[in-house]
Design a protein around this ligand. Structure first.
Ligand code: XMP
Length: 512
């Protein structure tokens, strides 16, 4: 197997995912557990990857690994922070360099087993770093550079040690998977076998977990209409039938069609009825005057939990709350010890500590595209599979500043226009997510000869396949124009429309 030491990168699990997709067994562990693990699995580990991480190696409490890691003579690939740490340990020099976030052009300087099968001499890779290696350790040579970083790739071929400053695990790094595959197969000489997702096993596992609380144990779960909660819900319905009680919390912050679709889909594919409850007043009352994004997320998280707990109490024997949490939700809400917290996703980090229900999260280890694959295997219709992800806190995190009924309506109107225009021009299904944001900023306009000091609406439309990285969609100007014209003329009190052209990283997809 390939052992990944997790220094807290947002994409550590993605490295694992790629290695798994290549067909090798993989294990992610904390660096402090690495030495013991290798000693007790000496014949199983064929190579090590040191992940990236948010820290700088010179920070006081930055995560470290024992230098004994180099004593096993195993191939090691260091990525970003992992590379800097390796260079530092082996006598190289790391300094605070020119920070780079997003795309960079990689220029190959010499041949390496890592680049075998790659014909191009220049290609795009994704960077996300502040520090850089400015002097290679003895025995290393430069393999590739970018305009900002000379040591973008380096190796000590004799010792089978490799360093990459960029992230080969993200889709936006061209040939990233090839690089990882070369490391796994040509350097570590791993034997490969293809992993397949077995739905039957997921269903059995759900049944086993629920029934560990008793044969009659019941599960409540939110059905938001999104692909994750739909797939999690249908799997659970298949596992335990009517002991699964799906609920739709109609809080005024969801897309309009979600409610109707969800009721129909659960009935058709899971043979269960979704109970729809009107929670609008409660949500708007609790969000009154709240402007801080984290506070909003926490409040909404709490409201959801209260809602589910209250509903759960109405039925005897409810032991679990089902959540459609997928892997990226978990990692962005501080999924591992050394990772930094980005946002409290309502379905993970925002949950109050003392919840009287156990969490059931059958999709916790899957990525969005894998969840879609499961959905397809379950026979769900194309519209459900293609539904854009919609965040749990809904429009609340797309309305900067206070969330109230009036602003929620305004946001919905603008959002529907974006959706409408994209659908009309055949772009809706080509993008990963698209939405309007009420920025809270004001600007001057002249509408019908009168001055309007109205709100600025931002439009965010982007492509992504792994959620960890995203690029804004280069839409045709006519489409952008139509969106802009329609929003300023149809949504009251809007003075201006701007297009968000920021990649992720550094910007997250949602504004809050
Ligand atoms: P960010 O903004 O973190 O978004 O780059 C990554 C993906 O997650 C969605 N998102 C959420 N989903 N609960 C969810 O279920 C949340 O609290 C939440 N916040 C963001 C976002 O829409 C994007 O697809």
């Amino acid at each position: 197997m390939i052992l990944i030491l997790d220094f807290g990168s947002q994409t550590t699990h993605l490295i694992g995912r790629r290695i798994r997709d290549i067909g090798s067994e993989v294990k992610i562990i904390l660096p402090e557990e690495a030495i013991d693990f290798i000693k007790s699995h000496r014949n199983k580990v064929s190579g090590i990857i040191l992940s990236g991480g948010p820290a700088s190696i010179y920070e006081k409490d930055s995560p470290q690994v024992s230098k004994r890691i180099f004593s096993f003579n195993l191939p090691i690939l260091g990525i970003c922070y992992g590379w800097q740490l390796m260079a530092h340990y082996l006598g190289g020099k790391v300094v605070k360099g020119k920070a780079e976030y997003g795309p960079a052009k990689l220029r190959l300087l010499s041949n390496s087993v890592l680049f075998s099968g790659i014909k191009k001499k220049e290609f795009a890779v994704w960077m996300s770093h502040g520090d850089e290696v400015v002097k290679l350790p003895p025995g290393f040579r430069y393999l590739a550079s970018t305009a900002a970083v000379k040591s973008a790739a380096a190796e000590n071929s004799q010792k089978k040690l490799f360093g990459l400053q960029f992230h080969p695990e993200v889709r936006h790094s061209q040939y990233g998977e090839k690089l990882l595959a070369n490391f796994v197969t040509k350097v570590c000489r791993e034997k490969l076998s293809q992993r397949t997702i077995k739905i039957k096993e997921i269903i059995q596992e759900i049944k086993r977990e629920v029934e560990s609380e008793g044969k009659e144990a019941k599960v409540v779960g939110g059905a938001s209409g999104g692909i994750d909660s739909t797939v999690a819900g249908i799997l659970t319905a298949k596992a335990i039938g009517k002991r699964f009680l799906p609920l739709f919390c109609d809080n005024g912050l969801m897309r309009k069609e979600a409610k109707e679709n969800v009721v129909e889909i659960f009935k058709k594919f899971g043979s269960v009825n979704v109970k729809v409850l009107n929670c609008r007043q409660k949500f708007f009352r609790s969000l009154k005057g709240v402007v801080d994004p984290e506070e909003k997320r926490k409040i909404i998280g709490r409201l959801y939990v209260d809602f589910f707990e209250k509903e759960a109490k109405k039925t005897e024997g409810v032991k679990f709350l089902l959540q459609g949490t997928i892997y990226s939700d978990a990692i962005e809400s501080k999924g591992s010890k050394h990772a930094s917290k980005i946002k409290s996703h309502h379905n993970v980090g925002g949950l109050p500590e003392k919840m009287n229900l156990r969490l059931l999260e059958p999709l916790r280890n899957f990525y969005k595209d894998e969840v879609r694959k499961i959905g397809r295997k379950l026979g769900l219709p194309k519209e459900v599979i293609q539904t854009q992800p919609f965040p749990g806190p809904g429009y609340a995190i797309r309305i900067l500043g206070e969330v109230n009924k009036k602003r929620a309506e305004k946001e919905r109107l603008a959002d529907e226009i974006v959706m409408d225009v994209l659908k009309k021009h055949g772009w809706y299904e080509k993008v990963f997510q698209s939405f309007a944001v009420l920025t809270g900023a004001r600007s001057t306009a002249v509408k019908g000869d009168a001055r309007l000091y109205g709100e600025v609406v931002a439009v965010r439309i982007y492509g992504s396949s792994d959620i960890m990285t995203a690029n804004w969609t280069h839409l045709p100007y006519e489409v952008l124009q139509e969106i802009s014209s329609r929003i300023v003329s149809e949504v009251p009190d809007v003075s201006r429309v701007v297009y968000d052209i920021t990649t992720k990283p550094p910007a997250t997809m949602e504004w809050e």
